[in-house]
Design a binder for this molecule. Structure first.
Ligand code: CP
Length: 302
């Protein structure tokens, strides 16, 4: 059985195949064909142990547009609250003849662990501060759509790199495709030895923005934060927030991305998030085609 557990386990050709497949599905959706019969005999469980808006809805829409049967499981309303283990939970769901599991979980490596203990394809929809592979795929796909290619582009990932599965998956995906990657943020929110992944560290946001073609602004993850890591919100915004005046001071127009949810006025101001430099909603739109592609390709391998 094949899985999508992280970008770490993919190669460049895998990403190209996912993008070509997503191109096809995006074209189908844009022709107002909202549903294809491809996965009529497949049942998919979306099991979420952490909150989500974009990822959860986007997977569900992708599955429904492929005509799969879908069951949604939210841990907070389940027998997990009575102490049932992850493996027991998933094996009970699978015994109801479920073929594929999409899982978000607060523990890094939860998807990898599950893939070794259950007989179904697992798609990691975010595991703690580890990986969020479909987010990185839709991010690169959106850069490719906007700028023609990912290879050779300068991309800076700004903010809370330490707690970010989006940052790690993006670094793997961007490097595989030949982009130049920098990370920018407070020193306490940048992992030690991150240079070993082939990225450079820049602690001055203006310099990072002057260098880049694309800036991916991350949310400060207060829910994963030890307070000692973090300057005050006001200090953070002054040093690492983007606003229109800062973008206007550059001698070029860069592309602004954000995986969501946005803390408006902290890492990004509304006049930037809602501007024509921002591709934030295009990222969300592309998430459906990317997830259709991932599900379709995994189902085809079974
Ligand atoms: N980008 C992202 O993962 O958003 P959600 O947490 O709302 O799914």
């Amino acid at each position: 059985v094949d899985h999508l557990l992280g970008i770490k386990y993919l190669n460049k050709k895998d990403i190209e195949l996912i993008f070509e497949t997503a191109d096809h599905f995006k074209e189908v959706i844009n022709r107002s064909i909202r549903k294809v019969p491809t996965l009529r005999d497949t049942t998919i469980a979306n099991i979420f142990f952490e909150n989500s808006t974009r990822t959860k809805l986007s997977f569900e829409l992708a599955e429904k547009r492929l005509s799969a049967d879908v069951v949604n499981f939210s841990a907070s309303q389940s027998s997990v609250k009575k102490g049932e283990t992850l493996i027991d939970t998933v094996n009970n769901i699978l015994s109801m003849k479920v073929d594929m599991v999409v899982m978000r979980h607060p523990n890094p490596g939860a998807g990898i662990f599950l893939s070794k203990h259950v007989d179904a394809s697992i798609i990691n929809a975010g595991d703690g501060a580890h990986e969020h592979p479909t987010q990185a795929l839709l991010d690169s796909y959106s850069i490719r759509e906007k700028l023609g290619d990912v290879g050779g582009k300068n991309v800076v990932i700004v903010g809370d790199i330490l707690h970010s599965r989006v940052a790690l998956s993006n670094i793997f995906a961007l490097k595989l495709q030949g982009a130049n990657v920098k990370v920018c943020g407070p020193k306490t929110l940048i992992p030690k030895h991150i240079e070993s992944l082939g990225v450079q560290v820049e602690t001055n946001l203006k310099k990072a923005l002057e260098w880049c073609d694309v800036a991916n602004m991350l949310r400060v993850q207060n829910e994963r934060m030890d307070i000692s890591y973090f300057p005050s919100t006001r200090e953070y915004t002054q040093q690492f927030g983007v606003n229109k005046a800062l973008l206007n001071s550059l001698d070029k127009q860069i592309v602004i991305m954000h995986p969501g949810p946005i803390n408006r006025g902290v890492e990004i101001t509304s006049d930037v998030a809602d501007s024509n430099q921002s591709i934030i909603l295009e990222q969300v739109e592309n998430g459906v085609a990317i997830r259709m592609a991932v599900i379709y390709l995994l189902a085809a391998k079974k």
